[in-house]
Design a protein around this ligand. Structure first.
Ligand code: NAD
Length: 262
């Protein structure tokens, strides 16, 4: 399928590892100009080297802590200067810590809001004026199955991520006339560092192994397995493509059938 994004410029945030990195790679393989950011310079250097070895293409990388407004501004400015604007913004972020309601204080809530919600608000606000001028744009937020069905012991994710669903739907109403689409992708259980760490933490509590925890999770998924990050990335790149020109305001689960609702 011809996706028509080979000359588009893309920023994928939180993309040195996991789902963000897989998304960046998928855009690179489609010939787009890709920028990535995350907090850690060494991880970014390693990732950009590996992408260069795999695809023969340089990605632009910027050190950016998504909980800091100034870092986001600097990143968007750097990408704008290098690519002459951002056509496709993928708002990914690190996941908030695991825990139940009484485990968290106000500062934990604030930090989850900064990282998960305000980072997307800030980045989106900085890219939208240029998209409006060009009358073309794609904004895709990476959320979680937790926006459709709360996940046990992930109260921060369950509560804070749903804000992005309202944001994307409202923005899609405002920006449709500028040919800008806004959507969310909601990954299910995906084999990345984040899931590994969650499994190790749950295994300790249950006095079992993380392999056992992951295997139990897989048994609860109709597809009977966890997702590969590339399977999330494929949906994101499709939504960013010319072929998805009439899809906006949606939250699309990529969860192997995990969500139980209709
Ligand atoms: P991951 O831990 O493998 O990768 C997270 C990336 O975010 C890394 O590149 C890390 O450097 C970066 N990052 C973390 N905090 C950051 C910050 N403050 N500023 C900038 N970069 C930061 O995670 P993942 O599994 O790829 O998950 C990506 C997102 O998708 C997370 O929000 C996660 O909660 C969500 N999600 C993951 C799963 C899953 O099963 N893996 C399921 C549903 C939702």
């Amino acid at each position: 399928m011809y996706l028509g994004i080979s000359r588009k410029s893309v920023l994928v945030t939180a993309a040195s590892k996991g789902i963000g990195r897989a998304i960046a790679e998928e855009f690179v393989s489609e010939g787009a100009k890709v920028a990535i950011c995350s907090r850690n310079k060494e991880h970014l250097l390693k990732t950009s080297d590996e992408i260069k070895n795999k695809f023969g293409v340089e990605v632009l990388w910027c050190v950016c802590d998504l909980s800091k407004r100034k870092d986001i501004e600097n990143t968007i400015n750097a990408v704008n200067n290098e690519f002459n604007g951002i056509d496709i913004l993928v708002n990914n972020c690190g996941g908030p810590p695991r825990g139940n309601f009484l485990d968290f204080e106000e500062e934990d809530w604030q930090s989850a809001i900064d990282q998960v919600f305000l980072s997307a608000v800030t980045a989106t606000k900085l890219v939208v004026p240029n998209m409006m001028e060009k009358e073309w744009g794609r904004i895709i937020n990476i959320t979680s199955i937790s926006v459709k069905q709360p996940v046990d012991s992930l109260i921060l994710s369950n509560a804070v991520r749903t804000g992005l669903v309202g944001l994307a739907k409202s923005l899609s109403n405002e920006l449709g006339k500028y040919n800008i689409t806004v959507n969310n992708v909601a990954p299910g259980y995906t084999l990345t560092n984040r899931l590994y760490e969650l499994a190790v933490s749950r295994a300790k509590e249950m006095n079992t192994s993380h392999e056992e925890v992951l295997s139990e999770i897989a048994k609860g998924i109709p597809m009977n397995r966890l997702a590969a990050p590339e399977e999330i990335a494929a949906t994101v790149v499709f939504l960013a493509s010319m072929k998805a020109s009439y899809i906006t305001g949606c939250t699309i689960p990529v969860d192997g059938g995990y969500i139980k609702g209709l």
